[in-house]
Write a protein that binds this ligand. Structure first.
Ligand SMILES: *[C@@H]1O[C@H](CO)[C@@H](O)[C@H](O)[C@H]1NC(C)=O
Ligand SMILES: *[C@@H]1O[C@H](CO)[C@@H](O)[C@H](O)[C@H]1NC(C)=O
Ligand SMILES: *[C@@H]1O[C@H](CO)[C@@H](O)[C@H](O)[C@H]1NC(C)=O
Length: 598
């Protein structure tokens, strides 16, 4: 505890709350997060895994790697042992190695050099080590956990939800993560209740009188950092609830935690807000100065989908109804219905969520599936007619969307008035490229494949190819800059090991000087980049690596943590006061003493 005293002296001019949050952060999060323990599963498993550190359900592939000493730790090799609250799979960013495909893993490995494999593993370890050590703060007595996006000190609901989901499959190894994740879920619920239209929130409440006129006019202040209405923000939070409830391990009593008025009310408020925004033009009070028509945005007409002011990039929508965002929202609502059945059992909430999900789905099928002009073919340009916008084609559109007729693709945005944006995809997620990852089971795979090849070609107005990199760029960043988020999504949606390996090679080129992922890199000089610290991108690199190779990056992150401890304590030669051994597992054991309600 000597260094706690030193920290206190350094911080004595700071407010007590800051000291406290830093202290908890340093001593609970940073110090303990990656303690790897071979007693991991003792308190919940029944017998056999206790005596056998290699679980019987572990695949031969992971067994072989463990035997080779490659640091393999299956995160979910034992998923069948402990039922989750939902009994269903979480989203891919909460799945760890669950669902990784062994034959693809071996083929991708074969397409990489030993040096590239080693570099990738080290990169994954660094990325996993990042969020939890640099961007998470436990506040108060732990009821609130703030997750910063990286170099911007505010919390985005979307980024924070993915950053936290990444650690869910590590709960069995690191039970001390449980209160951190629960605190993050509660904090997002509180933020949503404070303003369901906002997309990012501040760590500290901002007094109104400290705000300039412009900031007040665009709705900032209080907890709100930016008030860009983006439907996917709330959907990420709903899916975080799902991921939490779907993480194997009844140990964590997910229903007991989720069954709070704070969480129920935030979900209900989101549902109300989204229902209002189906009829944005007539019913919504939302205005934002950056949008045309005195902040209302471009004209739109009811489609069943939910209107957004802004894309997941925070750039303004061209047309109000973004197709992949609505797929993500519809999937999150179907999951909300299932969670409601198990947790809150609120009939009004369940019925409203089911109705909204169905209306969105009908809207996607009627307006979101568009035809390429016959002469355009696969590489064709724009000007696709929305199949459902003209009332005369409504019946044919629903059949074409379900059967995926040869010339249909998914549009990126539509307005319900005939406006269609189909020659573009943004690299932020949800995107057209990411459709199979969005938890929306109703998409048509053939239509998706046509959309995917078109997005990964010059038919996408923001697809860039250079000497070193090629991929998806965004109006949010300069021309010829491509995003690692889209590289990871392209890999996660590909069954072609050659494509996956090629993307990994590019990602190695995108590390910049700090050995992490970033927002975007120049296709000719990848060391030219935007946003040096971008935790969502770091998180997605971990997802792509673990899902591809079926191998956990936890041991590498743990090695980094231990290096950090060693560096910090290098000058301190004191042995523990009781003369006993060092207790690296101290806090994990403390956690195990907390009663877990069955
Ligand atoms: C949720 O809480 C309410 C009120 O405390 C309780 O009646 C209900 O049984 C709880 N539901 C579950 C699934 O635990
Ligand atoms: C708007 O949608 C309604 C149906 O919801 C339709 O009757 C009407 O024709 C549409 N308006 C325009 C301008 O497309
Ligand atoms: C793994 O991927 C290959 C290639 O796509 C596929 O044929 C195979 O069915 C997959 N295996 C599993 C277990 O999903």
């Amino acid at each position: 505890m000597l260094h706690r005293g030193a920290a206190l002296r350094r911080l004595q001019h700071q407010p007590l709350a800051l000291y406290f949050s830093l202290a908890v952060n340093a001593y609970v999060v940073l110090y303990l997060m990656f303690h790897t323990s071979t007693m991991v599963h003792q308190s919940v498993s029944s017998g056999d895994s206790r005596s056998n550190p290699v679980h019987p359900l572990m695949s031969d592939y992971t067994r072989a790697h463990r035997a080779e000493g490659l640091g393999v730790q299956p995160l979910f090799g034992n998923a069948n042992v402990w039922p989750s609250l939902t009994g269903a799979a979480p989203e891919v960013w909460a799945a760890g190695t669950l669902g990784a495909n062994e034959s693809i893993a071996l083929a991708v490995e074969a397409a990489l050099t030993p040096d590239e494999r080693e570099q990738l593993q080290a990169l994954c370890g660094r990325c996993l080590h990042q969020t939890i050590t640099q961007s998470v703060e436990v506040r108060g007595i732990g009821e609130s956990v703030f997750v910063a996006t990286g170099d911007i000190p505010d919390e985005w609901l979307r980024d924070g939800a993915v950053q936290m989901s990444l650690y869910l499959p590590r709960l069995a190894e690191h039970p001390v993560l449980r209160p951190i994740i629960e605190g993050a879920i509660r904090t997002q619920a509180y933020f949503i209740l404070s303003d369901p239209w906002a997309n990012s929130y501040r760590k500290d409440w901002v007094r109104p009188e400290r705000l300039g006129k412009f900031e007040r006019q665009i709705g900032r202040g209080g907890w709100v950092a930016t008030r860009n209405f983006e439907v996917d923000s709330g959907a990420y939070w709903l899916n975080l609830l799902w991921n939490y409830a779907s993480t194997p391990g009844s140990l964590w009593a997910a229903a007991a935690f989720l069954n709070s008025s704070l969480i129920h009310d935030a979900a209900a408020l989101l549902l109300d807000t989204w229902t209002t925004e189906q009829r944005h033009e007539t019913d919504s009070p939302y205005r934002y100065a950056e949008l045309p028509r005195e902040g209302r945005g471009a004209p739109s007409n009811y489609t069943g989908m939910i209107w957004s002011g802004f894309r997941p990039s925070d750039d303004p929508n061209t047309y109000g109804f973004n197709i992949p965002v609505n797929m993500y929202a519809a999937g999150s609502l179907e999951r909300l219905v299932a969670l409601n059945d198990r947790v809150w059992r609120d009939p009004a909430l369940g019925a409203a969520a089911a109705r909204l999900a169905a209306e969105i789905r009908a809207g996607i099928e009627a307006f979101g599936v568009v035809r390429l002009q016959p002469e355009e073919g696969q590489g064709g340009a724009s000007a696709s007619a929305p199949s459902g916008a003209a009332s005369s084609s409504a019946s044919s559109s629903s059949s074409s969307s379900s059967s995926g007729s040869a010339s249909t693709i998914y549009a990126y945005e539509v307005d319900g008035l005939g406006g269609v944006l189909a020659s573009f995809d943004d690299p932020n997620i949800p995107s057209l490229l990411s459709i199979p990852l969005l938890g929306y089971p109703h998409y048509d795979p053939a239509t998706y494949q046509r959309t995917r090849s078109r997005i990964l070609s010059s038919a996408n107005s923001h697809y860039y190819s250079g000497r070193v990199l090629s991929g998806c760029g965004s109006p949010h960043t300069p021309a010829n800059y491509v995003w690692s988020l889209a590289h990871c999504v392209q890999g996660l949606t590909s069954a072609d090991p050659g494509e996956r390996a090629g993307l990994f090679k590019q990602l190695l080129q995108m590390q910049g000087s700090n050995g992490l992922m970033h927002e975007s890199n120049d296709v000719n000089s990848p060391q030219q980049l935007t946003r040096p610290l971008f935790q969502w991108a770091n998180s997605m690199l971990v997802v792509y690596f673990e899902q591809t190779f079926g191998r956990s990056c936890s041991p590498l992150a743990e090695a980094l943590r231990q290096q950090g401890v060693a560096a910090r304590e290098a000058g301190q030669s004191l042995t523990p006061r009781n003369g006993g051994p060092d207790l690296p597992a101290y806090y994990d054991r403390l956690e195990q003493n907390i009663p877990h309600v069955p």
